[in-house]
Ligand binder design. Structure first.
Ligand code: ADP
Ligand code: MG
Length: 661
């Protein structure tokens, strides 16, 4: 039902609603209050003129309105309460005047100044308040006043029977949930706090149930996907593993085994490899790509940036140098000819592993036998691009890697439709990175450390993270920083600069100089954010740290501490932020991400905007985590019982599902 049929919604109001994407009765009734004002009449004794109170009063003199200027008027009249007569002042309510008649009983909400005998009201109700009254407060819809909205909701609720209840009867009974209509009434016009609770309980559960229903349904579809059952010669892959130049951690071994099992099973691999920065995910992916090669298939490996793609090319090429695997790279900035060359080789099946950025997705690639796709730093692609990847080739196995150890809640939601492997343990011999939050004026401390490590022939990253969308502003910051550093060190320390506007060859050159130790300090924008690996770098200095989430900072910090040398991280900020202390205390990405989640809520944790499906109207993933877990189990069971198959309302949900997330 369209809201235009609801009493009290005229053409103007309708337009206002449309601007907020409220079109249907359901849209309207799920526009929930975000808080409530509880009105309880108090007396006029012992009041404080700073505290908002509610009183019942009787009009003794209807007074008059002063029109001060356009859109601004003051209405003053006299009222009596508890034997006291006082002046009521209320702004912009000239329209109330005809209703304020002698003897009229009203409720006033506002502040009372006993000395001046003035009650400054911010709200006024045209009846006496009996007992407690609860006023729902809605987020602003421009052009519609809260009390108008209250009235409209009252009208809309008369039709609330027609709104679907998505909670299956079984779970309504199990949790003693209100029916949908009741819940909506409780939320919009509650008589007491208990009713709000009851309504909320139902609506939160319902929202999470639908959400988990969708995820479980996607999981079901994915589980049905038939992959390629690969035959991997066991002795050969074992030989490759034995030749790795370091000892794999137990978690790495476990992840490899889980991956190998997926590759050899007829079910398609759909796995998330979750591990903190520096935990060693690349080798896991490499072993699996080798296995895929041994089974006779090609692999594609996607990195979030060109720098990373090129770096992965080098390190993976090095790892597989004793095999006859042919590995190539395809990135956006390659010349047309270079690209064509790679594409041609690809089509001929001459390339076994292709590494690139996600721009690969847009190339007209024809793999001969694509069997395996690895995506590094998956969260950076955004949820929506996942679908895109999946359409290449005939159901290749998929491995998604993420260095952002997302809180459990998020793992459940964003990646709830995948299997997961976890690397918790870091390779042995790593020292914890010593982290310090510094105000900009105390930067000397960091500069002394810079000198100290340079004497030991170690290196320094300086990051000026992107503050504005505008790359040019950011560039200025980077060059300004270089000037400052040159000034501080009398221009005696070679400094490299890296940013997104450099050409590919220039970037490579800068990186190379740094890798070879010819430049000692590398100042960069966030292009180095992920995965760059220079073992001699032991100091990381991050400017404007307070603007970033803990998870992002932790990830940046992970550029150092890549060997057994003691490393340091300085978080430079203009105003000290309590939350940054978490990074001083801990090097555990999982702990940090939980904290980040606590501080920042469910916003854009990883700089990835949530897709539409991830925004909730009443549920809050953090607060309602326990309900989410229940909803997950229930949705699983519900799908298993298959009742949804011949139920129109669930079919509609399924039909509307966007398979890209
Ligand atoms: P990330 O998980 O952040 O992608 P990498 O795969 O880049 O981490 O690994 C970080 C560094 O640790 C690399 O230089 C890699 O060679 C090294 N490494 C990985 N696994 C081990 C291990 N088990 N023992 C020692 N070093 C390792
Ligand atoms: Mg990595």
């Amino acid at each position: 039902m369209n809201i235009e049929h609801i009493k009290g919604i005229g053409e103007k109001t309708l337009e206002h609603f449309y601007k907020y994407n409220i079109y249907t009765l359901e849209d309207l009734l799920t526009f929930y209050p975000y808080r409530y004002q509880i009105l309880e009449p108090s007396s006029l004794e012992n009041t404080d003129k700073e505290i908002t109170i509610t009183i019942n009063a009787t009009v003794v003199d209807p007074g008059k309105v002063s029109f001060i200027r356009k859109n601004f008027n003051t209405y003053r009249f006299k009222a009596e309460a508890y034997g006291k007569i006082f002046t009521v002042v209320i702004f912009n309510r000239a329209f109330l005047k005809p209703h304020i008649t002698i003897g009229k009983e009203i409720t006033l909400i506002g502040k009372y100044d006993a000395q001046k005998k003035i009650f400054t009201a911010n709200d006024l109700k045209l009846q006496k308040l009996i007992g407690t009254k609860i006023i729902p407060i809605y987020h602003t819809i421009k052009g519609i006043k809260n009390y108008t909205l209250e009235n409209i909701m009252n009208e809309a609720l008369k039709e609330s029977k027609s709104i679907e209840d998505y909670v299956p009867k079984k779970y309504n009974e199990k949790y003693h949930l209100a029916n949908k209509e009741e819940a909506l009434i409780n939320i919009h016009v509650p008589n007491n706090i208990q009713e709000i609770q009851n309504g909320k309980q139902k609506l939160i559960y319902e929202e999470l149930f639908i959400f988990m229903f969708k995820i479980q349904y996607l999981k079901l579809l994915k589980n049905k996907e038939v992959g390629i059952k690969k035959e991997i010669p066991k002795s050969e892959i074992e030989k490759f593993i034995a030749g790795i130049p370091f000892k794999l951690t137990l978690d790495q071994q476990k992840a490899i085994n889980e991956g190998l099992e997926d590759l050899t099973s007829s079910k398609r691999m759909n796995r998330l490899l979750l591990g903190d920065v520096g935990s060693g995910k690349t080798i896991v992916a490499t072993v699996l790509m080798v296995a895929n090669f041994l089974a006779g298939y090609q692999s594609a490996f996607m990195a979030p940036t060109e720098i990373l793609a090129i770096q992965h090319l080098k390190s993976i090429r090095n790892l597989v140098k004793d095999t006859n695997i042919h590995i190539e790279c395809l990135v956006g900035s390659m010349s047309k000819k270079e690209k064509e060359n790679v594409l041609a080789n690809m089509a001929k099946g001459n390339i076994d592993i292709l590494i690139g950025t996600h721009a690969i997705l847009n190339e007209k690639l024809s793999f001969q036998k694509l069997g395996f796709i690895v995506t590094d730093e998956q969260h950076r692609f955004g949820v929506n691009q996942r679908g895109n990847l999946m359409q290449k080739g005939s159901l290749p196995d998929m491995l998604f890697m993420s260095a952002t150890p997302i809180p459990r809640t998020y793992a459940l939601t964003i990646y709830g439709d995948m299997d997961t492997s976890l690397i918790k343990q870091k390779p042995n011999g790593r020292k914890e990175i010593i982290t310090k939050v510094l105000k900009e004026k105390d930067i000397k401390e960091a500069l002394f450390k810079v000198l100290e490590v340079i004497k030991k022939n170690q290196q320094i990253y300086v990051v000026a993270p992107m503050i504005e969308e505008n790359e040019d502003t950011n560039l200025k910051d980077v060059y300004l920083l270089k000037e400052k550093f040159d000034l501080a060190f009398h221009g005696k320390i070679p400094i490299g600069i890296l940013h997104g506007k450099l050409k590919k060859a220039e970037k490579e050159e800068v990186m190379n100089e740094f890798k070879l130790g010819r430049t000692k300090i590398l100042i960069s924008t966030t292009v180095v954010e992920v995965g760059v690996d220079v073992k001699e770098a032991t100091v990381m200095i991050i400017f404007n740290a307070e603007r970033f989430g803990l998870a992002t900072l932790h990830q940046l910090r992970g550029r150092v501490g890549r060997n057994d040398l003691q490393s340091y991280c300085y978080l430079i900020c203009n105003e000290e932020k309590e939350r940054l202390k978490v990074l001083e205390e801990s090097n555990d990405g999982f702990y940090i991400s939980e904290k980040d989640f606590e501080f920042r809520g469910e916003g854009d944790l990883f700089g990835v905007r949530q897709s539409g499906d991830m925004t909730f109207k009443i549920a809050n993933l953090k607060r309602d985590y326990k309900i989410l877990l229940k909803a997950k189990e229930d949705a699983k069971e519900f799908i298993k019982e298959k009742e949804y198959l011949n139920n129109k309302k669930y079919q509609e949900i399924v039909d509307k599902l966007d398979f890209t997330n």
